[in-house]
Design a protein around this ligand. Structure first.
Ligand SMILES: [Zn+2]
Ligand SMILES: [Zn+2]
Length: 156
């Protein structure tokens, strides 16, 4: 079982001192990586406001509907960052996000571009690849619930 106080972005820090403040104040994402982490957490928490407002206006989708694609998010790993610091105006973050969707274990790897406009970091775009693998119905659910997959996230 995951500790509920830990931040979903897998930083190892408490949610209350990690992504939660950024979800309420965009300006607290002082680096591209912090913005990336907060956006992942916003997907986990289905915080569409934060996802949309941190998306570069020119690339931003009109809306997001989580009901169409029920997903169980499993974790985030940051592989690499380039620039994206407090003094930079652009940066890249390479990461893998894993989740369960349609009964499959999915691993999304992306190198994202971030831009800073008027002192705020925004997600610009990214090139991603998704690999999927089957989860056996009777194996432990990858979400960490200790239940069998067929009794847990398979039935989303
Ligand atoms: Zn976090
Ligand atoms: Zn599960």
């Amino acid at each position: 079982m995951k500790d509920n106080t830990l931040c979903p972005c897998c930083s190892g820090n408490d949610y209350a001192s990690c992504c939660l403040p950024i979800l309420t104040d965009h300006a607290l994402a002082t680096t591209a990586e912090l913005l990336m982490r907060s956006r992942y957490t916003a997907f986990v928490k289905q915080n569409t406001d934060h996802i949309l407002r941190t998306w570069l206006a020119a690339k931003r989708p009109v809306s997001l509907n989580f009901d169409d694609h029920p997903v169980t998010w499993l974790g985030l790993v940051i592989h690499d960052t380039a620039q994206g610091g407090t003094k930079d105006n652009e940066g890249q973050v390479e990461f893998t996000a894993t989740y369960i969707e349609n009964g499959q274990l999915c691993s999304l790897k992306e190198r994202s571009e971030f831009l800073k406009k008027d002192g705020l970091w925004y997600y610009d775009s990214g090139v991603c690849t998704v690999s999927t693998s089957k989860i056996e119905r009777n194996s432990p659910c990858p979400c960490g619930s200790l239940k069998k997959f067929k009794k847990c996230c398979l039935n989303l």
